[in-house]
Design a protein around this ligand. Structure first.
Ligand code: HEM
Length: 585
């Protein structure tokens, strides 16, 4: 036939590119298309179309197989989760969507829901938060220890909040493997710092904070949350940036920016897909960028000592920073050598890989340290205001240790067991976070009791419940009683009466971590590494303050306090208006 030609010839006569020609020749020589052999009558374009169709079909088939395999895998893992979860007690999931009726009740918090479930089902319960989201809560101290040791990873959500705000870095990442090295380095650095410095809080820091309190005091009642925030920020700033932080004109702006970011960090991280389409998100990202620049600036400032102090930047200065500058005027600035001594991440910096955000770890530690320390100080101040008898006893104890009113060394702080016990007891009654969370994405967790927690389940320890459990803490578990952490030579735990009989010297502080139900700093592989460090710092700071001031309720808002006390709101809203009354007045 005239208009039909042999495939190979047709290809040869056409204007197709040489590599394609060679490819078609190859196909033809191998008998493709199979049906035609020597009597092939395809035109070159038909040949190409056939080829493209076959390729497309093959691609579609492969995609279908891959998607089906993925879906089957997902289906299998959900089925496995449901099947394995059967052995864990807990309320049934009433709907296909897994919604638990317990959550729809008004005014009940998540902790209330868990408390109810534990009362009904025992120390380990499951809760379905959706058809694929299984939460397992544990309240038995022995089980908690086992779970927190065995499960080392955290939920991806935790890392996401830090990542969105402070860029890529390894501290506080979900995977234990990623954080392990950094944790060790940081823990060594903190221990070294404790060994090297005799006084946990340098005198100039205590004086700086006292100046600040004096300044706010002239205005009347103090918001305990605000003053605690300033204290926490100053302690953390000096810890991570060195003494130069006290003189930094940008410190006040830095604090403000941190607080704004802290308010929204977990909200933006709660989106499964990063919400690029929300304008608020971009505003938040701009704040984060400003924070990163400011962190670098402050580091530079501290490195240069006083050189930057004279430099003014109208964009970032505001009225409060002016005041801060005035009160910081007396603070010494550090030289480069001293700065090297203080620069917390000097060792960690060398190990930083190229992908990590510069200063990412400092920002993470400032964020965590400021939030938790500020909450702890507010909590202790509130307890001292509510329990004036304990405040008086703590004051007597501080007086007995005596010495310089602004400066307490480690030794001195260890001789103040009641003050330390007051801090521990405050942290017990109101932990900074209501839950500890872990997960194991790859492997099931087999507990000694025979229960298996399937891979992918979220594990939580409701710290608030555990730390107020009568079984672990006795019949007065809900009361504020720092003496539970003290013992006298003759009997177990002490009491206020023992003070008048035997004096403070007869008290010994028990290690609170001996009680597996004491968890304000977590436990296990991911436990807080700052516990010892921060307790010493906060105790030393409070000793300096209590030596100078009585802390009292602001009489204008007595009614608020009474309401707080009588309605048991304290656990969720620590009392906020207090007065610092000078003892020498
Ligand atoms: C009152 C102050 C603080 C409280 C109440 C607190 C509490 C906590 C808690 C509950 C955890 C999680 C533990 C767990 O899941 O088992 C944690 C982790 C951590 N904390 Fe603190 N913390 C405080 C201060 C600090 C300070 C001052 C530092 C460092 C200087 C620090 C460094 C860390 C680190 C590095 C982690 C581990 C992060 C990880 O492995 O992902 N903390 N903290």
């Amino acid at each position: 036939m005239k208009d039909t030609i042999n495939c190979a010839d047709a290809a040869a006569n056409s204007s197709l590119p040489t590599p394609l020609l060679a490819f078609l020749h190859l196909l033809y020589s191998r008998g493709w298309p199979s049906s035609s052999s020597s009597s092939c009558v395809h035109t070159p374009s038909q040949l190409l179309r056939d080829f493209a169709t076959r390729e497309l079909n093959a691609f579609l088939w492969l995609s279908l197989v891959a998607v089906t395999a993925l879906l089957l895998r997902r289906f299998f893992s959900i089925f496995r989760l449901w099947h394995k979860a059967k052995t864990i007690p807990g309320p049934p999931s009433p709907s296909f969507f897994g919604h638990c009726k317990l959550f729809s009740r008004q005014n009940s918090t998540f902790t209330d829901v868990l408390s109810e479930c534990h009362q009904k089902c025992g120390p380990i319960v499951k809760l379905w938060l959706g058809p694929t989201k299984l939460l397992v809560s544990v309240t038995d101290p022995a089980l908690i220890e086992e779970v927190l040791i065995k499960a080392e990873d955290k939920l991806p959500f935790t890392g996401k909040a830090f990542h969105l705000a402070f860029g890529q870095s390894s501290l506080f990442a979900p995977s234990f493997e990623k954080v392990q090295k950094r944790r060790e380095l940081l823990a060594n650095e903190l221990n070294e710092r404790l060994l090297k410095n005799e006084d946990p809080i340098p005198m100039k820091v205590a004086d700086f904070i006292t100046d600040k309190i004096e300044y706010i005091r002239t205005k009347g009642g103090i918001d305990s949350r605000l003053v605690s925030q300033h204290m926490a920020f100053t302690i953390m700033g000096v810890t991570f940036f060195g003494d130069g932080f006290l003189a930094s004109p940008k410190a006040a702006t830095y604090e403000e920016l941190f607080m704004m970011i802290a308010k929204d960090a977990f909200f933006w991280a709660s989106y499964n897909v990063t919400p690029f389409w929300r304008r608020g998100f971009w505003r938040y990202q701009r704040l984060c960028t400003m924070l990163k620049c400011l962190t670098q600036d402050i580091l530079q400032h501290c490195r240069k000592g006083c050189k930057l102090f004279a430099h003014t930047n109208q964009d970032v200065r505001n009225e409060s920073s002016n005041k801060e500058m005035k009160s910081a005027h007396g603070a010494q600035c550090c030289s480069d050598d001293v700065f090297q001594d203080y620069y917390f991440f000097r060792d960690l910096k060398d190990q930083q890989d190229g992908k990590e955000e510069p200063c990412g770890n400092i920002m993470r530690m400032m964020f965590h340290g400021c939030q938790t320390t500020s909450a702890l100080i507010t909590n202790v101040l509130t307890r001292l205001v509510m329990h004036l008898e304990i405040q008086d006893q703590v004051y007597s104890e501080i007086n007995m240790v005596g010495r310089n009113p602004s400066k307490y060394e480690h030794e001195d702080v260890y001789r103040m067991p009641l003050l330390l016990a007051t801090i521990y007891e405050s942290a017990r009654l109101l932990p900074t976070g209501p839950m500890l969370q872990r997960c194991s994405m790859k492997h099931d967790l087999n507990l000694a009791t025979g229960v298996t927690i399937p891979a992918g389940a979220v594990l939580v320890v409701p710290v608030e419940l555990v730390q107020k459990d009568g079984f672990s803490w006795g019949s007065d578990a809900s009361d504020f009683n720092p003496y539970r952490f003290l013992s006298t030579g003759t009997k177990g735990s002490g009491s206020g009466e023992d003070v008048s009989i035997a004096g403070f010297s007869s008290f010994v502080l028990n290690d609170p971590n001996e009680n597996a139900a004491f968890l304000p700093f977590g436990f296990g592989a991911r436990a807080c590494i700052g516990q010892k460090f921060i307790i010493l710092l906060v105790a030393s700071l409070l000793a300096s303050l209590l030596k100078k001031y009585k802390i009292r309720i602001n009489s204008d808002s007595d009614d608020d306090l009474n309401t707080t006390l009588t309605t048991n709101l304290l656990p969720h809203h620590p009392y906020s208006r207090i007065l610092f009354v000078r003892r020498d007045q």
